[in-house]
Ligand binder design. Structure first.
Ligand code: MN
Length: 289
């Protein structure tokens, strides 16, 4: 019997609130002066544009401060949305913004699981990171691992046992050691294909049923041949159809996914129009219209 044929439980995904807000963010000066197309996605609701901090390139302290300022504002805006019974939907922009959304969602729910779909693990610390870029750290910070100035934004952390990382394939050596140390469940693109989306989602449901879930979707999870308008494109990723199937299956599952990020679309890229079209398709696969 397929997942879709199972009777829904009271906390089923189908019953979750579908009133997304939109937060447009460019933390860390990643895309200075560039606004995301306001309606690149087609979803109800419109949230505030959080003004970006624009430190000079190479100004590591300025970038860190900008990220903290941005994520604190996003955290408070996301918390207000959750308190109002909405499904906060954060559109970006730099993946460091997930530090803000997850800080709010984890504080709101207490125990919360995270589904992190990304070419990168984003599990670096200042010590393990070859670049020091905060956008490579949000998953670690969400688990309470990392610079105290970043973890200080959190009231409640995600347990490493409540994380699934899907499609990661560009992982730094020190980061790989941290993933092993913290026992993060990693599903490669190959494993997804071997298992099939339906079986993978059943496994995620088995692990996280009854636990509120945050979805963080980085567009670079898609193979770079199909989605190049992103900061750090990586080949050998998900095919667009596979990603749409995964998102639709997650949305139709009994998982209680109550908030989500859609990040790392670069509107300056020459392939931005094509990528925005795919981004809309991915978003609709999860959110419906
Ligand atoms: Mn990412």
């Amino acid at each position: 019997m397929s997942l879709q044929q199972q009777p829904a439980r009271p906390s089923a995904g189908a019953e979750r609130v579908r009133r997304p807000i939109t937060v447009l963010a460019h933390p860390g000066g990643r895309y200075p002066g560039v606004e995301l197309p306001p309606n690149w996605f087609q979803g109800p609701g419109e949230g505030p544009t959080i003004p970006s901090a624009l430190p000079a390139p190479g100004d590591a302290a300025g970038i860190l401060n900008g990220v903290i300022q941005m994520c604190t504002a996003l955290r408070d805006r996301t918390a207000a949305s959750l308190a109002a019974g909405e499904h906060p939907t954060l559109i970006g922009g730099d993946h460091s913004m997930a530090m803000g959304s997850i800080a709010a969602a984890a504080a709101h729910h207490g125990r919360m699981a995270v589904i992190w779909v990304d070419a990168h693990a984003d599990f670096n610390t200042m010590e393990s990171s070859p670049t020091g870029n905060p956008h490579g750290m949000p998953l670690a910070v969400s688990c309470g691992v990392g610079d105290p100035r970043l973890t200080a934004m959190y009231k409640s952390f995600v347990s490493p046992q409540d994380v699934v990382l899907i499609a990661a394939r560009d992982i730094d050596p020190g980061e790989r050691a941290l993933l092993v140390q913290y026992g993060i469940w990693c599903v490669t693109v190959e494993q997804l294909r071997e298992l099939g989306v339906e079986t993978l989602v059943k496994g995620i449901v088995y692990r996280f049923r009854g636990v509120p879930v945050h979805l963080s979707f980085d567009f670079d999870a898609i193979s770079s041949e199909y989605f190049s308008a992103t900061g750090t494109p990586v080949p050998e990723g998900l095919m667009p159809d596979e990603a749409c199937e995964l998102l639709a299956a997650l949305a139709a599952s009994p998982l209680a996914i109550g908030s989500s990020d859609w990040v790392e679309f670069d509107p300056r890229h020459e392939q931005a129009a094509e990528a925005a079209e795919l981004a809309r398709r991915l978003y609709r696969s999860f959110h419906g219209s």
